[in-house]
Design a protein around this ligand. Structure first.
Ligand code: KG4
Ligand code: ZN
Length: 331
């Protein structure tokens, strides 16, 4: 069973073909990062227009690389994300499914991220704790099995990636901020400053807006502070909070592993420290699988198709879609 996946929820136009739910036959990602960089963030109007231009060549490339004329199903992200961007991939997927006369299935972008380790780790053991950290989300999830989730905690304000992006912009490091902070931190002294670790000792929720303010105050107070030191101390504090709570969740749930997902899971300090902090195996998706891609959408789509069947062609884009949690797993 070959599933064509399409992902256009934010600023990556992506298409991929996945067979048997986890074998990636092709994965093409066209990043619009250069288009948005000079605005310091994703401009929704520009993103939607760029998806319209890029989607057909990206889909053609994914199909050609997979050596396929017609897939057995088409999956597309229908939320959460920018509505104008979601609509491009979603409408194209429905049209393609109709013209090929194959099933269409809508995919929750967050569930897509949860399938990245399924693709890359054949030996995954459940239950898992998944730390999903992207530009829009910071979630700590218990996954009892694929598709069976319980929310343990989430951010009460900014997402972790958003904090990276805002602090990077303030430090003049450009966009996207996460990779820039990661890069300059390598030359910095993370002990030069101690930034607040909000809610460190309480449960599984996160808060990242205070640390952003603390960085601004510190630089205003010490204008000569080395940017690399500030970046390194900021990154250290964020990673510390993310991993302290992940380790706590792993212990509480009795998880057999910790998975990282989302763009912030590309962070080199987070990746290096995760195996040191938790006692169970840590699954770190490749960088390409951490950030937005369509292989994870095709994998999640294969799963949803087998479990729930095709989605109706009337399925609407839902910019605020949240993960569905299993009632029997709710605390
Ligand atoms: O999952 P993603 O590609 O898009 C969504 O938000 O869905 O995540 C993008 C986020 C951005 O905030 C970016 O700054 C962050 O991931 N990011 C990183 C790194 N690479 C990307 N944050 C920290 N360190 C990195 N190396
Ligand atoms: Zn994402």
């Amino acid at each position: 069973m070959n599933v064509l996946g399409i992902e256009t929820s934010c600023d990556e136009t992506a298409a991929a073909v996945v067979s048997e739910g986890r074998l990636v036959r092709s994965s093409v990602v066209s990043s619009q990062v250069d288009l948005h960089a000079r605005y310091g963030g994703v401009v929704p109007e520009i993103a939607g227009r760029a998806h319209v231009e890029l989607l057909v060549p990206v889909v053609e490339e994914a199909m050609a690389r997979a050596g396929l004329e017609r897939p057995d199903a088409v999956a597309a992200t229908y939320g959460p994300g920018l509505v104008g961007s979601l609509l491009v991939g979603l409408s194209a997927a429905k049209g393609l499914a109709m013209s090929w006369d194959v099933p269409f299935v809508g995919v929750n972008h967050l569930e897509g991220h949860l399938f990245a380790p399924v693709i890359e780790e054949p030996g995954l053991e459940w239950p898992l704790v998944v730390l999903l950290v992207s530009g829009g989300h910071t979630l700590l999830v218990e996954a009892a099995a694929p598709g069976r989730y319980r929310l343990l905690g989430q951010t009460i304000d900014d997402a972790a990636g958003e904090a990276f992006d805002k602090v990077a912009r303030f430090l003049g490091l450009g966009y996207p901020g996460g990779p820039a902070i990661d890069r300059v931190s390598k030359d910095g002294d993370r002990g030069a400053f101690t930034f607040p670790r909000a809610m460190l000792d309480e449960g599984y929720d996160f808060s990242f807006s205070g640390i952003k303010t603390a960085v601004v105050r510190t630089v205003e107070r010490e204008p000569s502070a080395a940017t690399a030191d500030v970046a390194a101390a900021f990154q250290d504090a964020v990673v510390d909070v993310l991993l302290t709570k992940s380790a706590r969740a792993v212990r509480a749930v009795g998880a057999k592993g910790l998975c990282l997902g989302g763009g912030v899971a590309a962070n080199s300090l987070l990746r290096r420290r995760a195996p040191e902090v938790v006692a169970v195996p840590t699954y770190l998706p490749s960088l390409a699988m951490c950030t937005d891609n369509a292989a994870m959408v095709a994998a999640a789509g294969s799963f949803r198709l087998a479990k729930d069947g095709p989605s109706p062609l009337s399925l609407a884009a839902d910019p605020n879609l949240f993960l569905e949690f299993e009632p029997e797993l709710e605390p």
